[in-house]
Design a protein around this ligand. Structure first.
Ligand SMILES: [Cu+2]
Length: 168
């Protein structure tokens, strides 16, 4: 090591030291990079339906990037239960957990956590669920939909509950 350093030019030594310092400073980041599910999550909020019986996913196109941890917040502010279903998306993500939350006063309480692969989530009126996931494959999925068929025989898909997911 000493011999190697002796033959280095001053400039090379300074560069090496700068890299060593940068590596040392990034030690914590490097640990997080080793476990992609332990990053600070990027929050993506999607509304499932809106008050007044408006069916749809808002936004209608949802974008993600591979390798980042997301907290996908599914908020149902309508009067109907709704599904968040996309086979293509479910196949392209690694799930850290899904959880059910409830706002009590100004606190957001976690009522339950689910671990393992998730395929679809149904959120009841006025409730919120969180899907913590890391996209692992890029793609575009136009199969996002809500499976529910109302008593009048009309599906939520027919009422506009479809969308797309893009993983870059
Ligand atoms: Cu629905």
């Amino acid at each position: 090591m000493i011999d190697t350093m002796r033959v280095m030019t001053t400039r090379g030594l300074v560069t090496s030291l700068a890299i060593a310092v940068a590596m040392f400073a990034r030690a914590d980041d490097a640990e997080a990079a080793g476990d992609l599910t332990r990053q600070e999550p990027v929050e993506v909020r999607v509304e499932l339906g809106r008050p007044g019986g408006q069916h749809g996913f808002f936004p209608r196109v949802i974008e993600f990037e591979t390798g980042r941890l997301y907290k996908l917040v599914l908020a149902n502010n309508s009067d109907h239960p709704h599904y968040f279903t996309s086979e293509g998306f479910a196949r392209s993500v690694f799930t850290r957990k899904a959880q059910v939350t409830q706002r009590v006063g100004d606190k957001l309480m976690v009522l339950a956590e689910f671990k393992g692969a998730i395929r679809e989530i149904e959120v009841y009126p006025g409730q919120t669920a969180e899907w913590w996931l890391v996209p692992v494959a890029a793609g575009r999925f136009d199969d996002l939909h809500c499976d529910i068929v109302d008593a009048d025989g009309k599906s939520h898909v027919a009422k506009g509950m479809v969308g797309s997911i893009v993983i870059k």
